[in-house]
Design a protein around this ligand. Sequence first.
Ligand code: AMP
Ligand code: MG
Length: 406
Amino acid sequence: MQSYDEALAQILGSVTVPLATELVPLKQARGRAVASDILATCDLPPFDNSMVDGYAVRAASVGSASEELGLSLPITMEIPAGSWPTRALNAGEAARIFTGAPIPQGCDAVVMVEDTDEREHGDEDDELGRVTLRHPGSGGYIRRRGSDLVTGALAIPAGTTLCAGEIGLLAALGLTEIPCPRRPRVGILSTGDELISLAHTVLQPGQIRDSNGPALAAAIEEAGGMVVRRAHAKDTPEAVSEAFTKLSGCDLIIASGGVSVGDHDHVKAVLEAQGTLSFWRIAIKPGKPLAFGTLGDALFFGLPGNPVSSLVTFELFVRPLLRKLAGHMGCLRPQITVTLATPLAHTLGRREFVRASLDDNLRATPTGAQGSHRTSSMVGADVLIIAHEHHGDYPTGAALPALVLS
Ligand code: AMP
Ligand code: MG
């Protein structure tokens, strides 16, 4: 039997470069990876500006101000955000300035409005009034041009996943089209004589609904892939072969069911005949058998049919590969340490991935019996707790690693 680590390394090793790059409108770029380093196209901020609402001054002219004495200066300009100062600030003057407004030439400090007392304006020479400064704070409250990023600096490294923060930075830089590896085009094949699609409202005796198809489609979309083809095959070599043909043109094909070695399992043999096959029994639970290979230009996964096994093996092996194809630097789920809220029975020999919910204190409770047919055990699964192959049962309070699903 293959170990989890060996299988994962071999699968990820099959992809060396992401898919071809395309330009994606910024509005649609959330969740995508950037294909290459993004360099700052301008200085951020683009000009010196005020960090606070207050008064722009020359520090030298307010050096003597203190809380007791104060210093009264005439207000000679008003500079709101979005305007540009029409002249330089002279010694002995103050300009009323607002957060984000440009700093006038000559100014080297802004005094917060909270540290001032403003007096009503008096005569014509004093049109904007006067201000009394306390705590002038030399050089304070100015955000310098380029203090966030200077032109040409690395803004976003290649492989970064674009989330709200990155989208904001790209917008600040004025970038409207982002180079990203294209989304993997994925085909899904559900195999089994017993399966009917959701289009049928009534189950005949012996039938069940194809739930893997919709579940895998959701998992693929969530991982950043695009479901472009769907097929169902009865349990005959001819039907499986025909479905393979129907799915050509994809980057990745994911089949579920029919991958074991029973009389009605044909995925493995047909893949061997029409493509290339690596077949493993992986020492994990759930989801022992897994077929991996190529079919035409596509990578191919044959996942076990049991609903939990197919989704868990998708999580463990398919999702990382999809993320790598789409160019994401971090293609694995983050791993955290959780504390067991209940005892966990575990048999030596296989690495077990236990569906569990988490509370705010990272205490994990398994989502009920872990049978691989129990579709309901996927509901509310925040993590997959990892029970190690060389360890037996775990007591309440044990600290275990877990893969974060949501
Ligand atoms: P198999 O791997 O084909 O032997 O299937 C194992 C189990 O998973 C059987 O109980 C199948 O009925 C079930 N199964 C296979 N494919 C699906 C599917 N697409 N949706 C729901 N259950 C499935
Ligand atoms: Mg089957």
